[in-house]
Design a protein around this ligand. Sequence first.
Ligand SMILES: Nc1ncnc2c1ncn2[C@@H]1O[C@H](COP(=O)(O)OP(=O)(O)O)[C@@H](O)[C@H]1O
Ligand SMILES: [Mg+2]
Length: 248
Amino acid sequence: MFVDRVFVPHGLAPDRAERARWPFTVPAVAQLLNEGLTFMRPVTFLVGDNGSGKSTLVEAIAESFKLDAYGGRLARVHGRPDPTRTPLGEVLRADTTRAGARMLAGPRRSKKGFFLRAETAFDMTENLGGVPGYWDEDTSAMSHGEGFLTMFRAMFDAPGFYVMDEPEAALSFTACLQLVGLMHQLGERSAQVVCATHSPILAATPGADVIEVGDHGFRRTAWEDLELVDHWRRYLGNPNAYLRHIVP
Ligand SMILES: Nc1ncnc2c1ncn2[C@@H]1O[C@H](COP(=O)(O)OP(=O)(O)O)[C@@H](O)[C@H]1O
Ligand SMILES: [Mg+2]
């Protein structure tokens, strides 16, 4: 692992006026401000409904480890992208492990891992197939989901810190299962994954830590107790129990 905990140091804590504004009004962010967030396993999922604050958290976590969306490789191809700056990322700091501290202190090219946003991921599959340092396959000629999986296989090539925001967006059931295999393998190989998801498939990755994000803030939860899993179970058992409220 590379990061043990993320937290906002006292000296950087927002004042009362700032706390009354986004993003500090999001319950999960308010809790993070008070307690920090500890990573206990190599693979951590943040699971929650739309708007619960998952993207706000993972963007800031990526920023706290100075990750960019292209894993430090883009500089070789397109010049250095602007680093992301978010109000939470500005004040969030990472407690690193020794390996994490070494990686942070080292040159940019020694930094392994990346921050995957759904938008950049699609852009990468369209533009980076065949580019040296990426992958050989022409992912622009693949389906969206196939391109994603090919990219994941190529980019998950080293122990590093991988932060992902809903990587399941383009993936079918079976492709999600393959991604579970890849993430699990990363976790076994001294890498670290922090992933926002709504996929009950991804969240079931063996050995992963699952943190449920919502109006309550965030809390560690067993996969089988996730609200998401409960909804899927009930929906698959009887879609009409939901649909009768939606389609009159
Ligand atoms: N740039 C922004 N300015 C103001 N509010 C925002 C901004 N980005 C997100 N929000 C709000 O913050 C909350 C959490 O958003 P987000 O982290 O994107 O949730 P999730 O990724 O879980 O769907 C939502 O209510 C959203 O509307
Ligand atoms: Mg989001």
